[in-house]
Design a protein. Structure first.
Length: 220
């Protein structure tokens, strides 16, 4: 049974989407609202695709500190919620994968345009491969599927959040003997221009509605 794993930060102003906040005139509260909307979209899509009992959230921070904490806790009903381990992002990713038994599809909270079809595509790729790595437009990656979560150990030491992260991650996986399949490219919502494109492509999402609600307050 495939587990859907989400790595996320609690959407607390000043702790999430700081580059997006800068584009919004240093409105960290608005950036946190968008981060919460993106996470809620991701939770809803994951639940609809896999069922809450097969979904797992590795959380950095405390939902009680977020203005959207109560709504997020409600959305996570039936999920397994664990804390991320200390360390850099590569260590936290590896640790989260290693604590899943069997196949795992992992995503973050930066792609609110995620659909059930994309998640099922990631899972289906494991039928003929050991891993599926989905590139992001900025040189990173937005999703990783592993046939066995223990292979997450290969992520340790990989430089994350850079323009070569996808290439470095793929090299680490293939260097560990894994057969790696590709997946569709998506854009992360790290900057306002990207957020606007994502909202336009997925107008029915909470993220799109949240962005629409603040559009009159930010420059174009």
């Amino acid at each position: 049974m495939t587990t859907l794993l989400v790595l996320a930060k609690s959407p607390v102003p000043g702790r999430v989407k700081t580059r997006l906040a800068a584009d919004l005139g240093n409105r960290f509260d608005l950036a946190a609202d968008l981060a919460a909307a993106a996470l809620l979209d991701t939770i809803a899509t994951a639940t609809a695709t896999f069922g809450a009992n097969r979904c797992r959230l590795a959380l950095d921070g405390d939902l009680a500190d977020s203005p959207h904490g109560a709504e997020l806790r409600d959305a996570l009903a039936g999920w397994t919620v664990v804390r991320q381990c200390p360390g850099d992002l590569a260590d936290r990713l590896a640790h989260a994968h290693e604590h899943v038994r069997g196949p795992v599809v992992q995503v973050g909270m930066d792609t609110p345009q995620l659909t059930p079809a994309l998640l099922l595509c990631m899972a289906a790729g494991l039928a003929g491969h050991d891993a599926v790595l989905a590139p992001a437009a900025d040189g990173g990656w937005w999703a990783l599927a592993l046939r066995t979560g223990s292979d997450g150990r290969l992520l340790r030491g990989v430089p994350m959040s850079g323009p070569a992260t996808y290439d470095d991650t793929r090299a680490a996986l293939t260097g560990g003997g894994l057969r790696v399949a590709d997946a569709p490219v998506l854009e992360d919502a790290d900057h306002l221009a990207e957020a606007r494109r994502i909202a336009a492509a997925a107008p029915g999402t909470r993220f799109a509605r949240a962005l629409l609600a603040i559009e009159g307050t930010v420059p174009r």
